[in-house]
Ligand binder design. Sequence first.
Ligand SMILES: Cc1ncc(COP(=O)(O)O)c(C=O)c1O
Length: 398
Amino acid sequence: MDPGFHTLCVRRLDVPATNPPQQLPLYLSSSFSFDQLEDCIAVFEGRKEGYVYSRYGNPTIEALATRLAQMEGYGLTDEPAALMTGSGMAAIHVLMLSLLPRGGKVLTQSNLYGGTTELLLKVMDGLGIQPVFADLSDPDQTEERLKADPDIRVLYMETPTNPGLQCIDLATMAAIARRYDCRTVVDNTFCTPYFQRPLSLGIDFVIHSTTKYLNGHGTGIAGVIIGRDRPFVTGKVFQVLKLTGATCNPFDAWMVANGIRTLPIRMERHASNALALARWLMGCDEVSRVNYPGLDSHPTHGIALRQMYGFGGMLSFEVEGGKENAIRVMNRLKVARMAPTLGDVDTLVLHPATSSHLRIAKDIRESQGITEGLIRVSTGLEGEEALIADFARALGAG
Ligand SMILES: Cc1ncc(COP(=O)(O)O)c(C=O)c1O
């Protein structure tokens, strides 16, 4: 029967029968349709596999989540479960809401990514969830806090830290938390599972801002929650994700799926460039401090050697002359670009005191070494010589 021109235009297009495409198909569809209501009911009731609505699930997003779970769970006997989120921040808040009851507390470090500290102080606090800050490089202090306060239900960590690149001993922290029945979470954004796999060190959950190295090209915003307790992730965490609408969108997931295929070779290059630049900066008169866990002189180099497979692509350094000189140096860089993100193919610099950590109280900032002269570098994939020459010129040493 002739459907009429309007109906012809509107009707769903039929996909020709095909052997599988080599690349992951991008399902840009908010919903999934059914020919029979019985099938629809069976999927809604969970009796049959299928998709209904992309906020609940989408094949592109799930394919990526499964691969990220395999990567973080590499070497473990049981595969973890993973859920993609709309951003790294969404991953953090969805997991916190899933783990913590009203009145629950999170034990954490004061040198977190600035947005996470703000989330804890300005949003979670309003929901009756309180942060407790401690020096997590000190196992005794951490244990004392957990012993003294049974309301602490989550130990939340970032290692290496942003932007000081201090490492926390994850195996020790996991063992302490287990004694107090406290769940552990690690933000593994800086390392990616190529350089660090916290689940294999006894940590319960990993989150990522996949916006960074996992995407790798600066083309989207997304996050992921990965946990060894599969029923908890697919039950409670999925419920919070679905009902807060913090879901990832298929296009951003597809971008990350492209990015992870080159992750190992990108991470190797990020790390070799970072080490070369860090070593060069160590010899530069205008630089008073270099933070890179791959340097023998770094205070937590030993921890990094034990728990990381490589030292990553992030470093920070302090220039003599404070803010004024930091601005001068950053303005003179040409290869390295100024942008408030990290983990891209380009080398990116940022001035933490006036950007990522602007809203963190000055005394907390300075106690963490985030001085006015500190510059953070996310080394890209450029040639090592061109990169060092750029910093040499900007610092007036070349
Ligand atoms: C270590 C770390 N965790 C989490 C986030 C938040 O991620 P997103 O911007 O994807 O929400 C960032 C963002 O810069 C980060 O650097």
